[in-house]
Write a protein of this length. Structure first.
Length: 170
């Protein structure tokens, strides 16, 4: 579940919410969905969805299943499945995840390492050369005169041509 705006999150859907006045130092372990709006110095270990609010400040490493970050993290982030960084989020540290989305305007000062999902490497379709006919609706080619031509897959025999560098008049 991806949220486009922190203010639209229905907090009733979450098991634990640590409000903006919450401050903690140490190791925070959580097995349910969690929203952090306050400040944490130390390590976070979450077995579910972790959401960092826009005023959240985490100074330490994060280990979680899924992350949605609206706030600031000074530390490394390890996400099992999916990490999403919103427009005003900031990370000063490295990120390791399987899937990442970074909105324009996010700040990432560190390296991003993408893990390979085991399901894609086990699928023989993912490890072969693509078939051009599967990927393109038409086969395009250039003839010896520099015209770009297309052959419809349906075999109708109709060829459209356009000389490279010329405009087509409609």
């Amino acid at each position: 579940m991806i949220f486009d705006d922190f203010s639209k999150i229905d907090e009733d859907l979450f098991d634990t919410i640590l409000d903006e006045d919450f401050q903690f130092e140490g190791v925070l372990k959580n097995s349910t969905s969690l929203i952090i709006k306050g400040r944490i110095t130390g390590k976070i270990e979450s077995e579910n969805l972790l959401i960092l609010g826009p005023n959240a400040l985490i100074q330490g490493d994060i280990y979680t299943k899924n992350l949605q970050c609206f706030g600031k993290v000074d530390g490394n982030i390890y996400v099992e499945e999916e990490a999403y960084f919103y427009i005003k989020s900031e990370v000063n540290g490295n990120i390791t995840t399987n899937l990442i989305t970074v909105e324009k305007g996010s700040i990432i000062n560190g390296f991003i390492k993408m893990n390979k999902k085991s399901s894609s490497t086990d699928d023989p379709k993912m490890n072969r050369e693509p078939n051009r006919k599967e990927n393109f609706p038409e086969d395009f080619y250039s003839d010896k005169n520099g015209s770009v031509k297309s052959r419809p897959i349906d075999g109708s025999g109709v060829n459209n041509s356009l000389k490279v560098g010329e405009k087509e008049s409609l």
